[in-house]
Design a binder for this molecule. Structure first.
Ligand SMILES: *Cc1c(COP(=O)(O)O)cnc(C)c1O
Length: 401
């Protein structure tokens, strides 16, 4: 009997990928072993974070890194670091930021629910640009001059949400920001793979970059990374770690937190509610080492095989299957199934209501598409999806046949 059975909670087949709503990613046996080993002993957390920082620096090319409780927490801590730096009084005031620069400039088209994570530290978002392509009223994206026009005495930094399509290019925004001595905080939570994106901090000179640990890195679901400049990472660590110690006794590793840069010992900071356990730190670092060193080719080949199984079961005159697959690149292949006779929302609902419940990607229902993300599927699960999807589609009497 599984732990979920004993709680009376039904397990599902997750064809949506490593989404938080369904439990994120799965940890490998190696990562679970590391988690268990870590849970059996004790270490001062700042020393463990300092060791993690060195490892994160190696794989990202950043000066330093911090294990956080998720990319959203990384955004909050990164914002807190930019707002307060080494100023103890500011650390204590957050999220009250009336007395110092608190504006973060962000492209209107890059706003989402995740920017709560930036606002919660006390930042005030100042939008630039328009979303005129989505509104159907124009053809242009946000431009560099629009950022510059928004800078003033109250500007603290820039929030940038990175995707391969983000405009203007991150490098151009970083150049402009640094010209004005402003830092750039980048949300790249879900932008792995490709592994090359781990190097975003060093490739783009961005000051801080946030990644999720519970997505493709396959670390603990509630883990994340913040990587970037040494001073900002130290400030973020100071505002997250448990600070209940004596200044006279407290000895953080000096290459992680340099005591000489602060006037005293801050109290628990705004990030204290985002604490990370020793087990999670060790598990994430273990998962990160595997992710950074492993060629995903074999995994992607296996994903392709699983998706092909579904294609063969359901493809037909009113069911079009398209494999979104950038061969040669590291991105995970994705299957899009376009239904021209059946109602995609109803099929989605039917799959969720069956046994076991199947959750397919629902991001393109408005285009009559079901999306199958293979990251959390094995052969058996793919078989079940193929069979159940075929059955759901049989309910539909195609109006044109
Ligand atoms: C997933 C995601 C987040 C949140 O990441 P967590 O690790 O779940 O906190 C933030 N921003 C974007 C763009 C994401 O895709």
């Amino acid at each position: 009997m599984s732990v979920y059975d004993s709680l009376g909670v039904q397990t599902i087949i997750n064809a949506s990928g490593t989404v938080t709503r369904l439990g994120g990613s799965a940890m490998s046996e190696t990562v679970l072993d590391a988690y268990q080993d870590a849970a059996r002993e004790w270490v001062p957390l700042e020393q463990l974070q300092a060791a993690a920082s060195k490892m994160i620096a190696q794989v990202t090319g950043a000066e330093a890194g911090l294990v956080t409780s998720g990319a959203a927490a990384s955004l909050t801590l990164g914002t807190a670091a930019i707002l307060a730096r080494y100023d103890l009084s500011r650390m204590e005031q957050l999220p009250n930021t009336e007395a110092f620069p608190n504006e973060f400039v962000v492209a209107r088209e890059q706003r989402s629910g995740y920017d709560h994570a930036v606002r919660v530290a006390g930042a005030k978002l100042v939008e630039v640009g328009f979303n005129e392509i989505v509104s159907g009223a124009g053809v242009r994206r946000t431009e560099v001059w629009e950022y510059e026009a928004a800078f003033n005495q109250r500007t603290a930094g820039i929030l940038y949400v990175y995707t391969p399509d983000s405009q203007p290019a991150l490098e151009a925004v970083v150049d402009l920001a640094h010209h004005h001595k402003l830092p750039v905080l980048v949300d790249a939570a879900g932008q792995l793979p490709p592994r090359a994106n781990l190097m975003l901090p060093s490739m783009t000179n961005a000051d801080l970059v946030a990644f999720s640990g519970g997505k493709a890195i396959h670390g603990p679901q509630s883990s994340g990374l913040l990587c970037g400049s040494k001073d900002l990472i130290a400030s973020a660590a100071l505002q997250m770690l448990d600070m209940d110690d004596h200044w006279e006794l407290w000895e953080p590793p000096p290459d992680f937190i340099d005591r000489r840069k602060i006037k005293g010992m801050p109290r628990h900071g705004i990030g204290r509610s985002m604490k990370v356990s020793k087990e999670e730190i060790v598990a994430l670092i273990t998962a990160l080492a595997i992710f950074a060193s492993e060629d995903p080719k074999a995994k992607n080949d296996s994903h392709r095989g699983n998706l092909q199984l579904i294609v063969e079961a359901v493809e037909g005159p009113t069911v079009r299957c398209e494999l979104i697959d950038s061969a040669g690149e590291e991105r995970t292949p994705i299957l899009e199934i376009t239904l021209s006779a059946a109602d995609a929302l109803e099929i989605c609902r039917g799959l969720r209501k069956g046994s076991p419940p199947i959750y397919v990607g629902h991001g393109k229902l408005a285009e009559a598409k079901l999306v199958i993300n293979p990251m959390c599927l094995d052969r058996n699960a793919a078989d079940t999806i193929a069979r159940r999807l075929r059955k759901e589609l049989e309910h539909y009497k195609p109006s044109l046949d």
